[in-house]
Every structure is written in C-alpha cells, then in structure tokens.
Design a protein around this ligand. Structure first.
Ligand SMILES: *Cc1c(COP(=O)(O)O)cnc(C)c1O
Length: 398
C-alpha cells in the first residue's frame, strides 16, 4: 500500500488542483476590451444583448441581468412581495444567500429538510412546513440537478405561493426537456467565477410573468421608471423626467461584464459536455467503492453539474471526514465542503434556529466533500483525483 502524503509519502501531484476554476480565453478578453473602448461601459447595448441571449438559452419570456446572484435572489424576493411576517421555505444545504435574501426583506426563513440521496429539498418536508404565513419557496438546484418541479409546482398552486428557483448551480440543466429558467415563477442565476459561466461577478433572474418582470426591472434600478405607460404623473415634466415608483437598489450589471457573459454563453454547451464527461468518469470510478455514496440522479434532470459531491460512508472508514479532507489536500487535491447547514451559523443561531432542525441535511453534511470539477480539467487531472481518492480509501478502509 502506498504511503499517504500526509504521513510523509510522496504526493500524487505537486501542483494543487482546486474544486472549481473559471475558463476565460483570449476571445473573452477581446469581447471585454471592445466594450471598454466603446461609448458605454455600464448598462448599454451588451446588457440588452445578453438578456435576449439568456431568454433564448432558458426559453423564458423575460430575463434581467444584475450585479450578482445574491442581488438576483433579493430582487426575486422583492418582486414576490416578501415582507416582515411572511415565511419563505428553503433548504439548509445551500449557500447562505438563498436564505439571506428573505432576511433582506424582513421575512422569516423556514428550513425544510433535504432528500438524503439527491440532496435537493424534499417536497414532503416543504408541505409539512407550510403555514398561513408562507408566501414563497426558494428551491435550490443543488449541484446543478433540477429540483422536483412537478411536486413543487403542485404545492405552490395549491397554497398560492411564489416558486423561486435558485439555479446558481444549474444553468444549462434541463428538466423534462425544458431548460431551467423557463419553469419556476422566477429563476435566479449566478455568474461568479466558480459557477458554470462567469461575468466576474454577475447574476440574472428569468420569468414568464409580465408583472413580475416589471417589478424585477424596478428592483434592480432604484425603482426608477422611464416608460410613460407605467408612470403616475402623466403628462409629465419633459424628456428628462423619470419616476421613482418603489424603493429599488442599484444592482445593474456593467456592459463589459455583459460582453464577457455573452462570450461565455457561446461556450455553455461545450462546458456542459466536458462537465458531463468528468462526472461520468467520477461516477464510474466511485460507484462500486463500498465506502462511497454517489449522489442519486433523477431521470427528469439532464444535469449540467456545477459541483461533484462525494459522500463518505464514515462507518466503513478508520478516519474522520476532516482526516480524509486533509489527506486529499496533502496529495494535491484541494476539495471544499458544500455546505455547512445554513442555520448552524451564528447569525441564524441567534435568530433561534437549533441544531437537529433538518436531520437529513445534517447527516449528509457530515460525510460530503466536493471534488474538483471544471471544464478546463485535463484527463490527467481527473485521474489524479480518482487515484488520490482510491489511495486514501485503501489506507483507511476498515
Ligand atoms: C453562488 C451562489 C449564490 C450567490 O451568487 P453570487 O453571484 O455569489 O452572489 C446563491 N445561491 C447559491 C446556491 C450559490 O451557489
């Protein structure tokens, strides 16, 4: 048996590999530079263009791009009319932004538990948490796999709730053949560099609903209206006149970010294909290792995976998750953990949430780690990761 690097053996690779990394080429750089040398550098024709392109990719009626995925979620909560006293149901196995956006509006976050095999929010748990104060559901396509749209739509229709999809992981994913972005009442995307396509910082919301679309536009530009059709004071003062109709924010995307995003959108299919290839290699390598659990795939979701999550069956190993994580790191594989259950953090703890609230999410959290997954990985990178995992499992196997 090979001596582990953490115990003084030689590392599988010298150059560390991280869990995620963007892929920006010279054509992306050129697209950005062209905008920087043009008349508009913020909120000009490229923003328009990228919104139309996102509508085309997602088959949604409307798209609004904004400064980041968190701003997108905040705008969606504003458009849904979330206020103090309202409850919004989401998953604890997510990035904090999925819950924080409710807090920005003064709403109460209610955490529903996850399915222990797919890791996505469990519709049964959603139903158990509905009260007369429930206003919306924020369902996260965790790792990129689509949530249970059929059940969640039924629940939303039955209880008159707004269905917000946090698709920060899921651009490029299809559910029953339809793109994520065309299905929920509002779908939020993130274009942070670790996500599938990037604009540096960036986000977007898509919707098929005209009324929500108008609210989303206002939310991300100070609540300011330029279209006379929607103004209250008509006839108005003159060509310079605009009207602030609601309290909005400055969440606009710049035109040079939009140019980067457009350029990246052209590569989405290529990125998706490579991500799928890597996921298949991992699945094939790990499926028959008894110490590992591989995330369950649902047949409805044609998934463009953002994260590859390996779950350790710790009862079959002579190590802790931390020891496994550190051993991988010593071999040159830098994983990350997605995510610490949101309500464990001090901010939420102080709001009164207690450990034990969502037992499945907490149990999943104990054994998971995210392996490197990004399209720029070489086949050698992928086999290094697989070999490192196998080497460590052999060493700690009971
Ligand atoms: C990345 C992410 C966000 C936030 O996106 P930013 O663009 O970083 O603000 C929200 N939800 C989930 C699930 C994410 O992974």
């Amino acid at each position: 048996m090979d001596k582990l690097a953490i115990n003084g053996g030689s590392a599988l690779r010298n150059k560390k590999i991280y869990y995620g990394c963007q892929w920006v080429d010279t054509d992306d750089v050129k697209a950005v530079c062209e905008v920087l040398l043009s008349d508009y550098i913020t909120c000009g024709p490229k923003v328009e263009e990228v919104e139309r392109e996102l509508e085309s990719i997602t088959e949604a009626k409307h798209a609004v791009v904004c400064s980041n995925g968190t701003a997108a979620l905040h705008c969606a909560c504003l458009a849904a009319g979330i206020q103090p006293g309202d409850e919004v149901i989401t998953t604890p196995l997510t990035f904090v932004a999925s819950a924080n956006c409710v807090r920005y509006c003064g709403g109460t976050v209610v955490f529903a538990d996850v399915n222990p095999e797919t890791y996505n929010i469990d519709p049964d748990s959603i139903e158990q948490n509905i009260t007369e104060r429930t206003k919306a559901i924020i369902a996260v396509d965790f790792t990129g796999q689509a949530v249970d749209h059929k059940r969640i739509r039924e629940i939303c229709d039955k209880h008159n709730l707004t269905f917000i999809e946090d698709a920060a992981h899921a651009i490029g994913t299809l559910y029953d053949g339809k793109p994520v972005g065309s299905l929920a009442d509002m779908t939020c995307f993130s274009f942070h560099p670790v996500k599938t396509i990037t604009s540096g910082e960036g986000g977007a919301i898509t919707t098929n609903n005209d009324e929500l679309y108008h609210k989303l536009v206002l939310a991300h530009i100070h609540g300011i209206e330029h279209d006379e059709e929607f103004m209250e004071e008509v006839p108005h003062e003159g060509p310079w006149y605009y009207e602030q109709l609601s309290l909005g924010y400055n969440y606009r995307m710049t035109d040079f970010q939009a140019a980067l995003l457009l350029s990246q959108m052209n590569k989405l299919e290529k990125f998706k294909a490579r991500r799928k290839e890597i996921v298949t290699k991992y699945d094939d390598a790990f499926r028959n290792i008894p110490e590992l659990f591989v995330q369950k795939e649902v047949p409805e979701s044609d998934t463009c995976k953002h994260l590859y999550i390996m779950q350790l069956k710790l009862d079959k190993l002579n190590c802790t998750r931390r020891e496994f994580f550190d051993s991988l790191s010593a071999e040159g594989i830098q994983c990350q953990i997605h995510y610490v259950p949101v309500y464990w953090f001090p901010y939420y703890r102080r709001l009164g949430y207690k450990r034990g609230l969502c037992p499945n999410a907490e149990e999943v959290y104990k054994g998971i780690m995210s392996l490197p997954l990004y399209p720029k990985m070489t086949d050698q990178d992928v086999s290094d990761v697989i070999n490192a995992v196998k080497k460590i499992i052999e060493y700690y196997r009971k």
